[in-house]
Write a protein that binds this ligand. Structure first.
Ligand SMILES: *Cc1c(COP(=O)(O)O)cnc(C)c1O
Length: 364
């Protein structure tokens, strides 16, 4: 398939860039965005980069009523010498197609989408902060914008990419979070949409998140939707437990989102010959390990924080304090290794990095 040329309309005015010291997540957007349209029978067309601005949607658009939409999230990192690095972006495009399939939405051409992404970042490269820990967060998403109140897959869609500079997740250094194990609400069930990055999963999680917040917990740990016995994942992170020298993470089972950070952590652990298991893990087993003094470390993994050590797990009032509420050595090593690969301070031995400059050179 030949590559569609991207029309570019640059903005007349440039926004003031936010102070990289005080950047917050998801509030500041760059000067431009990417859009492509889809019409049934015609396919994806009219790819364009245009000034960032509000969009017009018919109030009957299917996405607004029945939630036919999917998204992705990844980051671009810029080092002092100006090199821009993307972490496994092809994995995000692949996952986006899995999510699109699940929601009966048209697949994107992964290579063209990646091309659009690199073009957009090239235009916005001055927006990528370089302070340690900062990056440019990339949010590709697809919405159903056909005006129709029938419950059926839409015949019209739009694909967008927007960008926002984000600050360091750990301004005061990596530190553990407190997690509440959720016993009442569930996030997803096998056969549902838990494996797709789609809006409804997050809207339905807000109720539990709000209650956890009020109790002073930053995230909830979701259990399986049937027995509420086995751990699944956290908010927008996958979860890992180090028990008696072995690292265990829930197996991908149809209701868990398969994180790219998760996948990379598993590769690193196996490379280091640390025993890892992907399997079912029950709260009873975790509690047993805790009581035997074998629950060594717990950490979440995701694009936003890379690694988020867990210092406390509260299961129905039973509090498990992990590693004295301190960041464990494995969590720290994983965080440093992955962060350093992302920002170019460590050799990219797994070929996970797409350097923007060389990508553009290939296109020229
Ligand atoms: C995005 C996400 C993750 C983490 O995925 P990464 O690719 O590692 O960022 C985990 N769980 C959920 C529910 C998510 O939405």
């Amino acid at each position: 398939m030949s590559r569609l040329p991207i029309q570019i309309k640059l903005s007349d005015s440039k926004k003031e860039k936010p102070d990289p010291q005080t950047l917050v997540f998801g509030r500041n957007f760059t000067d431009h965005m990417f859009i492509a349209d889809y019409d049934e029978g015609k396919g994806w067309h009219s790819p364009r980069i245009v000034p960032y601005a509000p969009v017009t949607l018919d109030p009957a658009s299917i996405v607004l009523h029945y939630g036919q939409t999917v998204f992705e999230g990844l980051k671009a990192y810029k080092s002092e010498d100006g090199t821009v690095r993307l972490f496994r972006p092809e994995e995000n495009m692949k996952r986006m197609n899995l999510s699109l399939d699940r929601l009966c939405m048209p697949r994107i051409d992964e290579e063209q989408a990646l091309h659009a992404l690199t073009q957009l970042i090239q235009i916005e490269k001055d927006w990528i902060p370089t302070l340690p820990g900062t990056s440019l967060y990339i949010r590709p998403f697809v919405i159903a914008n056909e005006a129709f109140l029938g419950v059926a897959p839409a015949k019209k869609y739009q694909f967008y990419i927007i960008l926002c500079p984000v600050g360091s997740y750990y301004k005061e250094g990596i530190h553990p979070i407190k997690i509440l194990v959720e016993n009442e609400f569930v996030r997803a069930v096998k056969g549902g949409t838990g494996g797709a990055k789609t809006a409804g999963n997050y809207a339905s999680g807000l109720k539990a998140q709000e209650a956890a917040d009020k109790k002073g917990y930053s995230q909830v740990l979701w259990l399986d939707g049937v027995e509420r016995k086995y751990v699944e994942e956290v908010g927008s992170m996958n979860i890992f437990f180090k028990i008696n020298g072995e690292v265990i993470t829930p197996a991908i089972n149809g209701s868990i989102l398969e994180g790219i950070t998760r996948k990379s952590i598993l590769q690193l652990l196996r490379h280091w010959n640390i025993p890892v298991q992907e399997r079912k893990l029950s709260m009873d087993e975790i509690r047993g390990a805790y009581e035997n003094g074998q629950l060594e470390e717990v950490f979440g993994t995701g694009t936003a924080a890379v690694i988020s050590p867990v210092g406390e797990l509260n299961w129905d009032g039973y509090k498990m304090i992990v590693n004295d509420n301190k960041t464990g050595p494995l969590s720290k090593k994983l965080f440093e290794t992955l962060s350093n690969i992302q920002n170019g301070n460590e050799k990219d031995s797994f070929a996970w990095i797409l350097k923007l400059n060389s990508e553009l050179a290939k296109l020229a």
